[in-house]
Write a protein that binds this ligand. Structure first.
Ligand SMILES: NC(=O)c1ccc[n+]([C@@H]2O[C@H](COP(=O)([O-])OP(=O)(O)OC[C@H]3O[C@@H](n4cnc5c(N)ncnc54)[C@H](O)[C@@H]3O)[C@@H](O)[C@H]2O)c1
Length: 253
């Protein structure tokens, strides 16, 4: 009988970069990668990310939309840990505004974080991974890459772009041993809506009840999917957008 996979150390010896790691899903991802053996650079514009500091978990306070941010973040991973094996493009922001009220600045701010910075980080990560002929990139997309609600046009478009970046880049780099996948995340109880509604976590917990599973996710449940996609266990997964949404996109209503 084949041995059971040694899940607790499934990314041992790997070096990972996680964006948006100060809170919510990104924090859970950084901590789980670290717990399962990876050395991690945890990047966020929020200085709270420094609270994650521990041996082999290096916080980086930076805004991923700034010129040169991708080069600096990947460069730090290579300088401190010798290489980069895993990139998780997790940082994301949302606004809720009808299209007719949305300014060009609103639109571009959302694309800059959710799509453009993910492209720049992925490009830089691939450059670091190419010499090793291996690597995994996991993009945190959303069910909004496929489904829409009024007022989320900028966010939904950015996550659609991220899903298509995932597929296209996956085709370009698989011949070099680099796998690119994404997760279509459903409702997760985090602070992402804090600037949009009065009680962001409460709103997400309530909204999640509409999913067939009857609840929103905990960030750790999404981190488990990231760990799988980032590990050798997902060796045949290329260009997938895996839904982790409690069945939200399966049901007809
Ligand atoms: N929570 C949900 O219901 C949900 C659903 C689908 C997808 N997602 C996606 O999950 C990802 C994580 O979101 P979350 O729910 O954990 O939210 P969150 O607000 O708790 O975490 C997002 C993190 O990204 C950081 N960030 C934002 N802009 C940044 C920038 N320019 N530079 C560096 N860091 C930046 C924030 O400081 C924050 O720590 C996002 O991409 C989001 O779109 C979340």
């Amino acid at each position: 009988m084949q041995d059971i996979n040694p899940i607790p150390q499934e990314v041992a010896g790997k070096v990972a970069l996680v964006t948006g790691a100060a809170s919510g899903i990104g924090k859970a991802i950084a901590l789980l990668l670290h717990a399962r053996g990876a050395r991690v650079v945890a990047e966020d514009r929020n200085p709270d990310v420094e609270q994650l500091a521990r041996p082999d978990l290096l916080p980086l306070v930076a805004d991923i939309t700034e010129d040169g941010a991708a080069e600096r973040a990947v460069g730090l991973a290579v300088e401190r840990f010798g290489r980069l094996d895993i990139l998780v493009n997790n940082a994301g922001i949302i606004i809720n505004k009808p299209v007719v009220e949305m300014t060009r600045e609103d639109w571009e701010r959302i694309q800059a974080v959710n799509a453009t910075a993910a492209f720049l980080d992925a490009r830089e990560a691939v450059r670091a991974m190419l010499p090793h002929r291996s690597g995994a990139i996991v993009n945190i997309a959303s069910y909004a890459a496929y489904f829409a609600f009024p007022t989320i046009a900028a966010y939904a478009a950015s996550k659609g772009a991220l899903a298509q970046l995932t597929r296209t880049l996956a085709l370009e780099v698989i011949e070099h041993g680099i796998r690119v996948n994404a997760i279509g995340v459903g409702d997760v109880v985090t602070n992402i809506l804090d600037e949009v509604v009065d009680d962001g976590p409460g709103f997400l917990a309530e909204h999640g009840k509409a999913a067939p599973i009857g609840r929103a996710a905990r960030p750790e449940e999404i981190a488990e999917v990231v760990l799988f996609l980032a590990s050798e266990r997902a060796s045949f997964m290329v260009g997938s957008v895996v839904m982790a949404d409690g069945g939200m996109t399966v049901t007809a209503g």
